[in-house]
Design a protein around this ligand. Sequence first.
Ligand SMILES: [Fe+2]
Length: 578
Amino acid sequence: MDNEIMTNEENYAFDVAGYLHIPSVLSEEEVLSLNSALDAISGNGNLLGGSDTNRKFFRDLLVHPTLVWYLNQIIGHGFRLDQAPSLLGYNDGETSISLEGGDEPRNPSLAYRIQKDRRSCQSVKAIWVLEDVVDDDGGLVVVQASHKSNVPTPDDLSTGADDMGLVIQPSLKAGDLFLVATTTLQGVRPWKEKPKRLLSYKYAARAAIQSNPEGPQSETESLPRWSDEAAEAQKAVMYVPGFKGSNPPPVINTDGEKTWVEDDPTVLHPSYYTRDPNSGIDEKEFYFWDLNGYLVVRGLMDEQWLAEANEAVDKFQDRIVVGSELAGGSVSQAGTGRPLLSGLLDLPDPYNQPFRKMIAHPEVIQRMNWMGGSGYRCGGATVFCAVEGTSGHSLHDGNEPMSPSRGYDFKNGRSYAETVTITWQLRDVQPGLGGFACVPGSHKTQYSMPRGIRTCDDTMGLVVQPVMKAGDVLFFMDGGCTHGALAWKNPTPRRGVLIKYQSKNVNWGGGVVDPQDRWGDMVEDMTEEQFAVMRGPERDGRHRTVPRLIVKDGEVFVSYDAEGDSYSSKYRKPGEKR
Ligand SMILES: [Fe+2]
């Protein structure tokens, strides 16, 4: 604990989710003492102050060594208390179905920042669990990855009218510590029975201006010496943080000639761009996609189409090829090899029809255009036919390390997903019985995927297996979002038709373009080093797949070290015959 190095698992979990659950920080005795102290103080009032000797327990928690160790790494050194401790959802009117947080529009005084492994999350709530909270108890709820949302939170999600399958109520044990970024969408839902004791301390980064506590300073005006002569707008630009009238700060506006102070304290921050109601983008879909890295569109296939597709798969069962076991050393996901039936677009008539209908379906095109821009192309269609006992496919990909040919970016209101894979469900995908799984938010992480996520042996609660009906269609950021499959446990085999799309910008799935084919005679008699840079765009996989120029002792050489990728065996050196 002396070295300030959280494990990669902890860094990954907070970076992906916007919260971190640290179990068993307090001993049973400490929890008992804190609960007795709360009973004695009887309420949710001045826990740190007053004359009650019990305040000692709450002052100890304020700078608990474990908490300090984590906050130094999550907020940064010099963090400070922003709001006095209080029990969540104890006071009248404090619980509500609605949620607060999200990062659009951004509030820099609260925002999550990370660059080159250096993180400064400006605002964190440290929640000490003093009573067990089990499923459906109510109380604290959070939305994974929402501290990085680029899209405004849909009204239905903030008001609680539609949870969109995103709202999580964490199960907690007495003695646990739960750290949550303030920009993570969160709320305190009404408790099912009596309120459970979750004691929250809110901390801020050293320079972040957030709350004004009810001390004497916040009751005092700080005015310039010449305030008698000052106009309201002049006084407004000379406010001092912490003093009366500073929180929220004054909002000054102008028409270009005169200035005035607005009555409404809502932040004024004009945007260069306006939202386009005619973009054809469904707001909830865009939010869900940017937040999670995947999207399920419900009921695109009708009964007849489903029947035709299933009949075709039934017909060609003898073409199913069982591949290798893909659980990657996982204990929980081990099983038999993965059965695939590929070449669906090339099946004899009329069996190819239900699959050819998929590749440029209007509902696909509409979404592909906003997910990554036009110009994409797809490969073939393959149906995944896992049977009961088929292994999972260990989770793979994600934003770290960066992969320009497969990543996700968001800029000026546009989604840039370079690879989107679509899976058409020909059968229901039941909860807990296996199938596609992913880590929502992993398309934005700056930490590498931990082993427990890869194997799904220790998911830290971050992995999701979407429940789908036959006819639903899954879109996911193949390469951006960490994904794979959980072992199939359903007696009815899986039937998901997978079609991969690649953007116009990069070549991830293609093969080699030979320099000769690209340039013709121009490359004749080139040196090996010259020839090496005359290739066309080609597969940019995770391994080093292309001949690289290296400089040694002032001379240039070609390295063909391909580290296991198939490229090197296909690559033709100058003078070699095909
Ligand atoms: Fe994959």
